[in-house]
Design a protein around this ligand. Sequence first.
Ligand SMILES: [Zn+2]
Length: 340
Amino acid sequence: MKGTMLYGPRDVRFEERPDPSIIEPTDAIIQLSAACVCGSDLWPYRGIDPVRQPVPMGHEYVGIVEEVGSAVRNIKPGQFVVGSFFASDNTCEICRSGYQSACIHRQPGAPTGAQAEYARIPLADGTLVATPGLPSADLIPSLLSASDVFGTGWFAADAATAGPGKTVAVVGDGAVGLCAVIAARQMGAERIIAMSRHSDRQKLALEFGATDIVTERGDEGVAKIKELTGGLGAHSVIEAVGTQESMMQAIHSTRPGGHVGFVGVLHGVEIPGAPYFFSHVHLHGGPAPVRRYLPELIDLIWNRKINPGKVFDLTLPLAQVAEGYRAMDERRAIKALLRP
Ligand SMILES: [Zn+2]
């Protein structure tokens, strides 16, 4: 089969790879129906995360089950499945508490290599959720988004305790931030402030349910949020970038007693202790336990209540995956969908 490898900064190759096969009896092999490039893939692509050896890329996926190992009970060949970017058994005490991305049996870096024709999914019964049937083609982008970008935006909104009567501010206008707007709207937030300087992303945020746009960043962005919230700050703030500036912007935009849901992969972020101590702000985040939300998100998408697949503004054949990375790196695209 063919799959995507990252050899070093800005060196993405679509090349012949070994066909994945069942290694553990709990594995499944899926044929990808769609894959995509993640914002977090750009960290190694840009050389910020070092690439010491060629690595298979891709951790967002939907597809049709081709084969299952002897210990797989619930997932069956022929099913259309959505999976999370962390393999989890969904049965251990941590999984049952809703934190499948910290499963005690989670496998580092698995599943990976999903920007390919086929992928091996460990712990298939715990990791994968089958849809009610084979989806029509127009549902596939949204189902794909549930596997990471939308699931992550949903967790961010949940971690920030978005809900009725709340004002939610979203720091970051990438695909996760935009998906968090959809989530905050679904959770009943009264006011949703999207922080964005790009007109195409502002437009999508408004379509997804944002009520206000703030174009300022840093301290000026914080001042604007305060101005819009009677000087108090937002109840719930979503951090979907992962830099020092965005994290501090999120914390400072939150009112005392409010919540920050942070899901941008943190790079070089240090939170000063004393000011944080006096802020009375709750921080909760990390790699999203997408598996917790998959049944609910699949249901919303299947019944066409939401359309998070709209974050994909570029569709390419899988063979042109390198162009997907380039377009996202240069911010010509919000998110690239890849079709095998
Ligand atoms: Zn577990």
